[in-house]
Design a protein around this ligand. Structure first.
Ligand code: HEM
Length: 168
């Protein structure tokens, strides 16, 4: 069962990561060609970006995150590296949302929307994917990093819970 979940997780995240690399290239290079000014070029661009985003890349992201969440509970992985991985994955989700925003803007702008330099997102995306892979494969203890956190984040404060939350 765990092997099947891991296989589904890895297949989905391969599609998601490949899509997140493909989309900025499509938006940056394809979306800036002179052909975008013709109906045929614009339709092709819209079709490629819209359907790859809604029918392939976003479902793959949802499956990768959902199955990963099931794996957390199934394997009881609550280590520091997993929390660090989730923070890095949040960065990937933000880039995913930005790509969706650009695709909508490009479509509603009907060819007049000046596409920003979407390819620059690869400068953040590729290190994020590398970081996630390193965290999950090396499973570092991260003790030195945790020691750098302020003490307020490292130990319980010992404060009583508010009376209104006390079941007694
Ligand atoms: C919210 C999103 C995610 C969650 C909750 C999640 C959670 C998990 C969990 C619990 C495992 C099992 C770890 C273990 O065997 O100890 C796992 C495995 C794995 N995850 Fe994720 N993951 C997420 C996203 C990602 C992403 C975006 C990547 C890659 C870029 C990734 C790469 C991997 C790999 C390669 C494994 C297999 C590791 C192994 O079997 O040793 N995960 N994930």
């Amino acid at each position: 069962m765990i092997a099947a979940l891991k296989a589904a997780h890895i297949i989905a995240l391969c599609i998601w990561c490949a899509g997140l690399i493909l989309l900025p290239i499509l938006l940056h290079i394809y979306g800036r060609r002179p052909e975008m000014r013709s109906q045929a070029g614009f339709t092709e661009f819209r079709w490629l970006t819209h359907y790859s985003y809604i029918a392939v890349i976003t479902p793959a992201a949802v499956i990768a995150v959902s199955v990963g969440t099931v794996l957390i509970f199934a394997l009881e992985v609550l280590s520091a590296w997993m929390l660090a991985k989730l923070i890095a994955v949040a960065g990937m989700v933000l880039l995913h949302a930005w790509m969706g925003h650009l695709i909508v803007q490009a479509g509603e702008g009907r060819g007049d929307f000046p596409l920003p330099m979407a390819g620059l997102s690869l400068l953040a995306l590729v290190p994020l994917i590398g970081l996630v892979l390193w965290l999950v494969l090396a499973k570092p203890s991260l003790e030195e990093l945790i020691a750098l956190l302020p003490s307020i984040l490292q130990e319980p404060r010992g404060n009583p819970i508010p009376a209104r939350l006390n079941p007694l």
